[in-house]
Design a protein around this ligand. Structure first.
Ligand code: GLC
Length: 576
């Protein structure tokens, strides 16, 4: 952090700020530049984005009708959640045919057109690769299940029941939390870390791995730009099935993650597929330690480009009064571990999380917009590739369902059933899920104030947040100070200032319980970011003379210049 007198005083008028910054002068001297580091990724949840045919479910035609909106955001890459054929036990994460499109979402012609039209707009497309498990309705599993001698038997993990019960394994979505399901057809158990309809593939079988590489090539040959690798840290298992200590299920990543041979599989995948295409790879999950994560993304190891960790997600998951210093420590620790090599992603929301503003901001009418903008500023000013979840650019909030009947997510429904069957406190469960359930982040996108938020002419598959009459894209489009237009400005600012992509990160006033302050610095250019995470005025000590700093962007019309930040204020200054 530079404390010398600052060169000039220039507090610009906010409206002009987005256009008034200087690109980093010496971009040639930035080592290891990559398109996927400089990209802003927008995550699109197809089921809830836009329904093009009136059946209440979002689809590819719906997305096609909104490509100009995507372009207007200034994003570079769309990560599309699974669109493959699926019986939808887990909203497309249970795939029955990896080379076909889910009926509700459209056809392969729709897909080909979507990809072409995205590329025409210079938007890249990254797809989900879900290969820890398939659907039980995949032909591989149907074959595998049919007899112990079937050639596909070894595509999955089976345990012959005459050996007794297999060593217990906990399941994320099973109503009994049991990952072994007995199948009388062959008197055997099969493994499913997720639901019973998501049997785990056996990665020790080289044929399974070849199948996966061929699937990847099928989509890459169509021209897609990369894969987000679902639950990938779980694919490798110790198939001697050792017993885990009691309570292991509270630390599942440690016991399920980064199993034997995972790195060999990734290196093989890199050799056979990734190295042959211009593509990006990002893994969901990053193991249990910083070293695990580094091993996945260290460029010298030729595995993946980046990973995303969940440690940030855990802060405040159940507690609105979470500790900001803890939040800062998580992100500072992860930044410093990858400061010299490797790369991570930055995100605050996705389809498995509640809405970011309800989680870390304040979704009351008074502060929803300000705190959404503040959190967006965080994502777009940290080192790492930003992954931004659709709807957060509108400041969409948790729907907070009161009854179990409103939920559609297998995770919530089956946990509730389990609790009910075991005499647990279902009322407390429902209360907690208003904060944490995944369906909070999956309600349909709010396009306008017409019926069903302009999402569908039919009956939406999941209820729409009733606040759509005021929180919607059309209304925000017309308001220069909306969350949506702020998102566009901050994306543009990031794209035009490589210091925000590659610059060194230094946290300031680390123990400050209210304000997150940090600098980003590259080749002598230094930006300062101040974020007030609280709904009250908060002071921060940065050591910089802010009255002389140039304000690049802020979420108030009169940004603070004295270190006293207004509620949920966010400001980006250039210290030149
Ligand atoms: C990942 C997905 C999640 C899914 C699970 C099983 O965590 O993000 O939505 O339920 O994998 O595929």
């Amino acid at each position: 952090m530079r404390r010398t007198p600052l060169l000039f005083l220039a507090v610009c008028i906010l409206a002009a700020c987005g256009n008034n910054h200087q690109p980093t002068a010496t971009t040639d001297s930035i080592p290891n530049r990559e398109w996927w580091k400089e990209a802003v990724v927008y995550q699109l949840y197809p089921r809830s984005f836009k329904d093009g045919d009136g059946d209440g479910v979002g689809d590819l035609k719906g997305i096609l009708s909104k490509l100009d909106y995507l372009k207007s955001l200034g994003i570079d890459v769309v990560w599309l959640n699974p669109i493959y054929s699926s019986p939808n036990d887990d909203n497309g994460y249970d795939i029955s045919d990896y080379r076909n499109i889910m009926k509700e979402f459209g056809t392969m012609e729709d897909f080909d057109r979507l990809l072409k039209e995205m590329h025409q707009r210079n938007i890249k497309l990254v797809m989900d690769l879900v290969v820890n498990h398939s659907s039980d309705e995949h032909s591989w599993f149907k074959q595998s299940r049919s007899s112990r001698n079937n050639p596909f038997r070894n595509y999955y993990h089976w345990w012959n029941a005459e050996r007794g019960k297999p060593t217990p394994r906990w399941s994320f979505f099973d109503v009994n939390s049991d990952a072994w399901k007995y199948d009388s057809l062959t008197n055997s158990y099969y493994l499913h870390y997720f639901s019973r309809k998501q049997p785990d593939l056996n990665w020790e079988n080289p044929q399974v791995r070849q199948e996966v590489y061929n699937i990847m090539k099928f989509w890459l040959d169509k021209g897609i730009d990369g894969f987000r690798m679902d639950a990938f840290q779980f694919v490798a298992k110790d198939t001697t099935w050792p017993a885990f200590p009691p309570g292991y299920d509270r630390n599942i990543i440690k016991y399920y993650g980064m199993g034997p041979h995972l790195h060999e599989y990734l290196q093989e995948m890199n050799r056979e597929v990734a190295s042959k295409y211009k593509m990006m790879t990002v893994a969901e999950g990053a193991g249990s330690t910083l070293q695990d994560a580094m091993d996945l993304v260290d460029p010298d190891r030729h595995e993946l480009n980046m990973a995303y960790h969940f440690e940030g997600m855990d802060v405040g998951h159940f507690d609105p009064n979470y500790s900001l210093p803890e939040f800062k420590n998580v992100y500072s620790k992860w930044d410093s571990a990858f400061a010299q090599k490797g790369w991570v992603s930055i995100f605050l929301g996705n389809h498995d999380q509640p809405r970011m503003v309800s989680h870390w901001g304040n979704d009351s009418p008074a502060f929803r917009e300000l705190s959404s903008k503040m959190l967006t500023t965080f994502i777009m000013t940290m080192r790492g590739t930003p992954y931004y979840y659709n709807g957060d650019e509108l400041g969409m909030v948790n729907i907070k369902f009161s009854t179990i009947g409103d939920y559609r997510d297998i995770a919530t429904i089956n946990s509730y059933q389990h609790l009910k069957a075991t005499g647990g406190d279902t009322a407390a469960f429902l209360q907690a899920n208003k904060r944490s359930s995944r369906d909070n982040g999956r309600t349909p996108f709010q396009w306008d104030s017409s019926a069903n938020a302009g999402f569908t002419t039919g009956t939406p598959w999941l209820k729409i947040n009733p606040d759509y009459t005021t929180v919607n894209a059309a209304a925000e489009e017309n308001d220069p100070n909306s969350v949506l237009n702020y998102f566009r400005k901050v994306v543009k600012l990031r794209k035009e200032n490589l210091v925000l992509v590659y610059g060194g990160y230094t946290v300031l006033d680390r123990d400050n319980p209210d304000v997150y302050a940090y600098t980003r610095e590259l080749n002598g250019r230094q930006l300062l970011v101040l974020l007030n995470f609280k709904g009250k005025i908060a002071a921060v000590k940065t050591g910089a003379d802010l009255s002389h700093a140039k304000i690049l962007l802020g979420n108030y019309p009169d940004p603070s210049t004295d270190g006293n930040l207004k509620p949920y204020e966010a400001v980006i200054y250039a210290l030149e």
